[in-house]
Design a binder for this molecule. Structure first.
Ligand SMILES: [Zn+2]
Length: 440
């Protein structure tokens, strides 16, 4: 999976290269969508085209699903799920954007971490509203709507929901333990036994780590009086809630009511999404993990809970194994550029991402439970690439391409690289002229 739409570019954002230029400068592809999510989109298409050229037939069906409004409401992904349901398709697993090969992701962990999202928090928005007799600013009354909303927000801000460590985070810390300094190592490897202590440590480590431990409330929009000398009769405030695995939207709403403790404030739920189910770490996850080890031998593959929402959340209705991962190396600065300015992807990282998708598809095992004889038998009959496979098995550890593979794929990689480098005039990512969607 991937999505075609991008968030808009804010006026005045200091882009080093035009946001919709697709310029290739200093070995990087610059532009809105290179990381979110046209990089993955084009890498998937490129990997599939390479395999088609090779005459490769996968051991099971591969469906490509590209949403067109992920950043807004994901209705196209919902429509894709409806269509697959109509056709009776239940995917073995689903792979969408989300995680990455994250460099400098965790304090104290030097190695890059290949974070693979096995669940995502539920994105929910509420609006608080206080009403009252507005009027002339020369005769104010106490506890007007503005003051009540301000107090409610201050109360909510100072009373976070309790922090706790979910199993996925325990697993992640355990995988990172061998790569951290000695004092941290004991904390990471023993996280399962010391959940409250570790949860408190994560909260203290800053907002990003804290968000891994609990449902969060972000105070976002605010509106009241239109003029300095007018007392508002209606004041509203938006709160964006990310519901943690194990909590429900109802738990979050109860917390809001209790912490603001003001019955005169109306609470309206604008958008309601429960957290996703947690996908298992069984054979499909192992395939993703093995492909990461093969293409990115320096990275630590690890499950994690995603904070942001993806189109794949709709696919949990037809599939138990939904994973969120894009095979691109991303530094902290690159991750910060997503939905911001100077979004960019290294050309080599892009090419390696194509390799990753190709290997993932090549590695798909056949479906023994497939009730449809034509696909099951096709899987049995399919034309293998024995020479290529044997070459891959013989490959010395750490070498990405065997000589046979290099001969097969290098011409295409070289062609692609030439196209990318010429892209000041062309538009390889199709970003130019694309209609940016409103912010999601
Ligand atoms: Zn995205």
């Amino acid at each position: 999976m991937a999505h075609l739409d991008v968030v808009p570019v804010a006026d005045g954002d200091p882009w080093s290269h035009p946001a919709f230029g697709g310029d290739v400068v200093d070995g990087r592809i610059w532009g809105r969508g290179t990381l979110d999510d046209k990089g993955a989109l084009t890498a998937i298409c490129e990997a599939v085209e390479i395999l088609l050229e090779e005459g490769f037939v996968p051991d099971r069906d591969v469906w490509l699903s590209f949403g067109s409004n992920e950043e807004v409401d994901g209705t196209s992904a919902r429509a894709a799920v409806a269509e697959l349901t109509r056709r009776g398709v239940r995917p073995w697993f689903v792979l969408d954007e989300g995680g990455a090969i994250a460099h400098d992701a965790f304090p104290g962990v030097r190695a890059p971490v290949a974070v693979i999202g096995v669940a995502e928090k539920g994105t929910t928005s509420i609006q608080l509203r206080a009403s009252g007799r507005g009027g002339h600013a020369s005769t104010p009354a106490r506890r007007g709507p503005t003051a009540r909303v301000a107090r409610a927000l201050a109360n909510l801000d100072s009373s976070p929901m309790p922090a706790r460590l979910v199993d996925t985070t325990v697993e992640m810390l355990g995988r990172m333990a061998p790569h951290v300094s000695r004092p941290l190592r004991r904390l990471f490897s023993g996280a399962g036994r010391m959940r409250p202590v570790v949860a408190r440590a994560l909260v203290a480590a800053g907002p990003e780590a804290a968000a891994m431990t609990r449902t969060t409330f972000a105070l976002t929009t605010l509106s009241g009086s239109p003029a300095h000398n007018v007392i508002a009769s209606s004041v509203t405030a938006g709160v964006n809630i990310r519901v943690m695995i194990g909590d429900t939207v109802e738990d979050a709403l109860t917390h809001v009511r209790q912490s603001i403790a003001d019955r005169t404030i109306e609470i309206e739920v604008v958008e309601r999404n429960e957290p996703s189910p947690v996908s298992p770490l069984d054979e499909a996850f192992e395939l993703i993990e093995a492909t990461v080890r093969e293409v990115f031998p320096d990275a630590i593959p690890s499950p994690y809970v995603m904070m942001a929402a993806t189109d794949s959340r709709f696919f949990t209705a037809i599939c138990d194994r939904v994973y969120r991962f894009a095979p691109f190396r991303m530094t902290r600065e690159q991750r910060e550029a997503i939905h911001s300015y100077d979004e960019r992807l290294g050309v080599d990282d892009f090419l390696r991402g194509i390799d990753w998708y190709r290997r993932l598809i090549e590695g798909l095992p056949g479906d023994r439970t497939d009730p449809h004889p034509e696909t099951r038998d096709r899987a049995r009959r399919r034309r293998r690439l024995p020479r290529l496979r044997r070459a891959r098995q013989r490959r010395p550890a750490g070498l990405l391409h065997s000589p046979v593979e290099r001969r097969r794929f290098e011409p295409r990689r070289a062609r692609l690289r030439r196209q990318l480098v010429r892209s000041r005039a062309a538009d390889p990512l199709g970003t130019r002229g694309a209609v940016p969607g409103p912010a999601g």
